[in-house]
Design a binder for this molecule. Structure first.
Ligand SMILES: Cc1ncc(COP(=O)(O)O)c(C=O)c1O
Length: 390
């Protein structure tokens, strides 16, 4: 079906909650996707940090194919090995505690909120201004953005915003704080790294008041910033991390990985999900995790991120280049990032994302090669030059 017909069908049959870019994607391989006419696009967004290993990574495809022939679903009424092995692998790669699975990032955040409240009944959840934690009611209540929250009031009670500074966090946390929830780098909010002093203040305040420090690594995790988990570069160890997005290699999964403080918070009957960590998605995740947790790959993420940021900083019309590893944001001097994303797509066949009126976000595949990086930078420079000339 061509794009125009598909758009008409969508208007008839799908509730219009997405402002989609004008591209129908029918196929993907590595750093590239194709439309229905066979045109090829360089993907520097990875489905918002999901296809971190590139599209249709062979290890993930093999894992899905083999498991699909064996057992797709059994339910959590029974034991299946892949999900339990995945939990072991996630725990060993990070905080050492037990894991709670769900099917999305928002569900991982819900599990985090429930754990924290169970550990300190009635306690408040503190999260940062400009953060994003998902769109289910608990996660939305922790997402202190007026435009996202206001239409759905009243929200869940007991959520409190804090400024993303050491002072702001220290002032918001007290004896009744159950948890502090922080993105190490605020992704949807415009790729803003939270300063080390603020993370350290959050750790100190949580220790003082017996609260749980939870990092939302849904976007920063799975190698995106050059280590498997972003907290590993901060010197601060949280009590739990939420992960999702790239964990399933493209299939839906979310997880809360706990450390000692929270691992026993929930007990039988407290939480559950029909699909969580079923054998198919768990095998895909095991394959994705094995391919991502690789010294050579992660070393390149760091190096390529530096190269891209340096080149962007030299481009006319670009300011405020920031981020870590291959999680990169920059601002356009002349604004209109949404317009740039559309013209980059239609004129340069390049996929980038606008996360604000002036902010462009890049989340390239961690497997991108040197030539593709050069090609991407050339296309970005042309898109910005054309944009500035208008
Ligand atoms: C930091 C962060 N937390 C939570 C979420 C919600 O994840 P999901 O869309 O899978 O529910 C996102 C999604 O963009 C995110 O970036």
């Amino acid at each position: 079906m061509n794009l125009t017909d598909l758009q008409a069908l969508e208007r008839q049959s799908v509730v219009g909650t997405y402002a989609r870019l004008p591209l129908q994607i029918v196929r993907g391989s590595g750093s590239w996707v194709w439309d229905e006419d066979g045109n090829q696009y360089l993907d520097l967004l990875c489905g918002i940090s999901v296809t971190n290993l590139g599209h249709c990574h062979p290890d993930v495809v093999d894992a899905i194919r083999d498991q699909a022939r064996t057992l797709i679903h059994a339910s959590n009424l029974f034991y299946t090995e892949p999900g339990i092995r995945l939990a072991e692998r996630l725990s060993k790669s990070s905080l050492g505690g037990r894991v709670i699975f769900g099917n999305s990032g928002a569900e991982a955040v819900e599990a985090a909120i429930k754990c924290a409240r169970r550990a300190k009944p009635g306690g408040e959840i503190v999260s940062l201004e400009n953060g994003f934690h998902g769109r289910t009611y608990g996660a939305l209540s922790a997402t202190h953005q007026e435009s996202k929250q206001a239409p759905f009031a009243p929200l869940v009670g007991g959520f409190k915003p804090a400024a993303a500074t050491a002072e702001g966090i220290a002032a918001a946390v007290g004896p009744n704080t159950a948890a502090v929830l922080i993105e190490v780098i605020q992704g949807e909010g415009g790729v803003h790294p939270v300063q080390a002093a603020a993370l350290e203040a959050a750790r100190a305040a949580c220790d003082q008041h017996g609260s749980a420090l939870i990092f939302d690594e849904i976007q920063t995790g799975m190698g995106r910033t050059g280590t498997l988990w972003a907290y590993q570069q901060t010197g601060v160890v949280p009590d739990a991390i939420t992960v999702a997005k790239a964990l399933g290699g493209g299939l839906p999964i979310g997880a809360l990985i706990t450390g000692e403080r929270l691992q026993d918070a929930l007990v039988a009957g407290d939480h559950g999900s029909t699909f969580a960590a079923g054998p198919l998605v768990a095998q895909a995740a095991l394959a994705a995790l094995a391919a991502t947790d690789d010294e050579h790959l992660l070393g390149r993420v760091e190096m390529l991120g530096e190269r891209i940021r340096t080149r962007l900083s030299e481009m006319p019309g670009v300011t405020g280049v920031r981020g870590r590893g291959l999680m990169i944001g920059f601002d356009l001097e002349h604004g209109d990032a949404p317009g740039l994303a559309i013209s980059a797509l239609t004129e340069q066949r390049l996929i980038v994302n606008a996360t604000g009126p002036s902010t462009v976000r890049l989340l390239p595949p961690l497997t991108i090669d040197d030539d593709e990086v050069s090609e991407g930078l050339t296309r970005i420079a042309s898109a910005i030059a054309n944009h500035n000339a208008r």
